[in-house]
Design a protein around this ligand. Sequence first.
Ligand code: IPD
Ligand code: CA
Ligand code: CA
Length: 326
Amino acid sequence: MSGAWRHPWEGEGWRWAAPRLPDPNSSRACGLGPSLSHQGRGDVEAIRQMPSHSGLITVMDRAARRAAPKLRRDFNEVQHLQVSRKGPADFVSAADQATEQTLYEELKKARPDWGFLGEEGGTRAGDPAKPRWIVDPIDGTSNFLHGIPHFAISIAVEEPRPDGRGEVTQGLVYQPLTDESFWAEKGRGAWLQDKRLRVSARRELTEALVATGIPFAGHGDFAEWTRIFAAIGPEVAGIRRFGSAALDLAWVAAGRFDAYWESDLKPWDVAAGLLLVKEAGGFVTDYRGSDRPMDRNEFLAANDGLHSKLHKLVAQALRKERPKAE
Ligand code: IPD
Ligand code: CA
Ligand code: CA
């Protein structure tokens, strides 16, 4: 580690102390435990909201937290490398690979016969009758590379289905710099640590803060994105491009963003985030309104009221003819 300045996460200094997930084997995890009694006012609400989860969430949360300290140290190092002649690119790619390897080892330890799909290492086969992990070790790599503190680890469980389409049943998005663990389990809701998440209740476009992903060099359809942007932009309170699809979706689930659209993503970008939005009561479709957004690789996520309004705008934008080439 070069330089005298130390990042707060390295020392005993500032750290945002987020509550950990309850142990699934403890009575607290099923909302019955006496350990709630100290919480005073709001106990009833707390009991009602106490998460119960399968234990896989604990495995995923633990794996992410095992990988996080090195990621935080690497992020600190990247900030120093910005001004070096070589730049941080190789260093970041090594950090990406090392994080994925840690996640792979941790998850493999817990479920030795499951397959693994990771952005860095591709597919590692497992028992086809068993679920597989879908992992993005750093979602928001460009942010990481530029020393911008907005990136996350994304882990999902995809179960095999007889029709050959996998179904994501668990998802976790962990943001190492804020220690926030967003997680969802099919049928059990979406949570931020032990707090139940709901998508925002805003109904008016003029109040909506909308996230998006913008195509970039060699990636995505810029003309299409521009048409959608031109349709949505004048109607809403604001548009944000923060650079992590996993966090964009987690933040829609948490009601921080009211909606999100993006296309041309990979399964590891969105597997966990899509489940978070659905379990938080949101809608996710493609730009045509199909609830299988992975098929066309287009994603429009929001609460139901805003979703139908935004979908109309997107559909109008896509009906408009592409400008003719000169
Ligand atoms: C990227 C982020 C970004 C999205 C890109 C993705 P990466 O993933 O999710 O928000 O717009 O399309 O590739 O490369 O940072 O893992
Ligand atoms: Ca990604
Ligand atoms: Ca990545």
